[in-house]
Design a protein around this ligand. Sequence first.
Ligand code: BT5
Length: 253
Amino acid sequence: MMRPLPALAAEITAGLRTVRFGRPLYVYERLPSTNDIGRARAEAGMPEGTAVLAVGQTAGRGRRGRSWASPPGGLYLSVVLRPRLPVERWTLIGLAMAVGAASAAEAAAGLPVRVKWPNDLFIEERKVGGILIDTVGAYAVAGIGINAHVPAPQLPAGAISLGVDLVPFAAAVLGELERYYDLLMDGSDEVLRHWKARSATLGRPVVVSGAEDLEGIADDIDPDGALLVRTASGIRRVAAGDVSVRETGIGVM
Ligand code: BT5
C-alpha cells in the first residue's frame, strides 16, 4: 500500500524551483490520504515545506467529512506549514493555496481557472480541484487535489480534468504554492487581490451553510479571508462554511 516511489520523487524534484516547498518530497504509490502522512511528518518535526504526494488515494478526504475521488492521474499533494500568522487569519492560508494552485493549473492547461470561496478550483462550471487545510496546534497541513490527467468516467459528475502531465505539473504547483504562501507571510495583500481577480463567487447570489444558513449576494472578502454576504438584514461575515452560487436563470454557476 505505502510503496515509496523514489524514482518519481527524483523526477519531480528535478523540476522544482522552490526553496522550501517539496524539500523533501515523499512520493508513494498509494495512500489512504496524503494529509494523514503530512500530519505524521509534521508531528515528527519535519520542516515547513515538507511534502507528500501519492499517485492514488484510497480514502481521499474533502472538507466536512466529504470524500475526494482520487484515481491515478490526479495530483494528490500535502504540504506541511508552520504559519507565522494568528489563528484567526488562517483562512487566508487556504486562499493562498487556492490562488497558487489555480495559477499553476491555468498555466499548464491554458484555460482560465477560477476560485470559489473558500478554496475550490473551477473551469467554467466544472470543479477541477480543491484544497483541504487540516490545522493541528501550531502547524497546518495543506492538502491539494487537482484532476491533472484523470479519465472522465473516473470522476464524479460535474468534475473536469486538466489533461496535463503529472510530473512537471506537480513541480509547477509546488512552485506557485510557495510563491503565494510567501507573499502571505510577508504581509502582502497580493493573495487577496489575486483571489478576488479569480473569483467565481463575488457579486453572485449565494446560499451559505455554515454556523448559520443565510442567503444574499457575495459582496467581498475581508482582510482575514472571511466572506462578506449582503443579506436582507445587512452584511454578514462568514468565516467558515459552504457556499453555493444560486442559479439566476441566466446560466451562471
Ligand atoms: C475539497 O473538498 O474540495 C478538498 C479536496 C482536497 C483533496 C486533497 S487530495 C490531497 C489531500 N489529501 C486528502 O485526503 N485530501 C486532500 P470539498 O469542498 O468538501 O469538496 C468535496 C466534493 O467535491 C465532493 O463531495 C464531490 O462532490 C466533489 N469531488 C470529489 N472528488 C472530486 C474530484 N476528483 N474532482 C472534482 N470534484 C470532486
